[in-house]
Design a binder for this molecule. Structure first.
Ligand code: PGA
Length: 257
């Protein structure tokens, strides 16, 4: 089963609209040769409008870093999936920073997934264990529970628009990544096989799963060589155009695109 690799840059709270537009214009031309790899950038909410306008027609997709599940309402500071729909292709939900700082729960991640898919967008659902859970040997069980909760009530048909990002929290922004083999093993047993049990072989084998956590040009090949890893969700290394372009080039080469 061949799956289109997907490399997404999560810019977190970096890059003003002006900086973001100049960046994507530069990046779009650098990555032109690797168009068999799906490429996504996730600017702040504030920059989504200008980045989306600048990328009109370019083979670089836009994601938002979150979305609220209600269409509109008294939710100060929030932006709904419906409002994002004209601007983005993807919405990232369940990021560990949102789980830690914004009280993102499994239940909310599931509500957000339903809202995103209902407006025709695609979801990147992030899951991953803490250092304590990892050291206690609870990784597989915990990640399985996050995956099952996030996908509750999502149809097999809608699963075609879902990407799951496995990001061990201890590897995010720390410079300390999992080894390619470790990540592949968890992705297979805790993510792909969970989806297999919840749906069927066809859904599990078609699901694209990213690794995230201190991905950089120096370790990208190791992750992309793994059979269950279909791409990366990248923080720090997505902020420099040459690093991010290098990740896309490596994905394209290693996956034989
Ligand atoms: P990092 O962030 O690449 O800086 O570790 C990854 C993420 O938070 O998605």
């Amino acid at each position: 089963m061949s799956r289109t690799p997907i490399i997404a840059g999560n810019w977190k709270m970096h890059k003003s609209p002006k900086v973001a537009v100049a960046f994507v214009q530069e990046l779009a031309s650098m990555i032109q040769p690797y168009d068999k790899v799906e490429r996504v950038v996730a600017p702040t909410f504030l920059a989504l409008g200008s980045v989306a306008a600048a990328l009109e027609g370019a083979a670089l997709k836009v994601a938002s870093q979150d979305a609220h599940w209600e269409e509109s309402g008294a939710y100060t500071s929030q932006v709904s999936a419906a409002m994002l729909q004209p601007l983005v292709d993807y919405v990232i939900i369940g990021h560990s920073e949102c789980r830690a700082f914004l009280n993102e729960t499994d239940e909310n991640v599931n509500k957000k997934a339903h809202a995103i898919l209902a407006c025709g967008l695609q979801a990147i659902i992030a899951v991953g264990e803490s250092l304590e859970q990892n050291e206690a040997g609870e990784t597989v069980e915990f990640v399985r529970s996050q995956v099952s909760a996030a996908l509750e009530g999502i149809s097999a048909e809608d699963m075609r628009r879902v990407v799951i990002a496995y990001e061990p929290i201890w590897a995010i922004g720390t410079g300390r990544s999992a080894s390619g083999e470790q990540a592949d093993e968890i992705i297979k047993s805790a993510v792909r096989d969970t989806v297999r049990a919840l749906y069927d072989d066809a859904v599990a084998d078609a699901l694209r799963i990213q690794y995230g956590g201190s991905v950089k040009p120096g370790n990208m090949e190791e992750f992309m060589s793994q059979p269950n890893i279909d791409g990366a969700l990248v923080g720090g290394a997505s902020l420099q155009a040459d690093d991010f372009a290098a990740l896309i080039e490596i994905a394209s080469r290693v996956k034989g695109m």
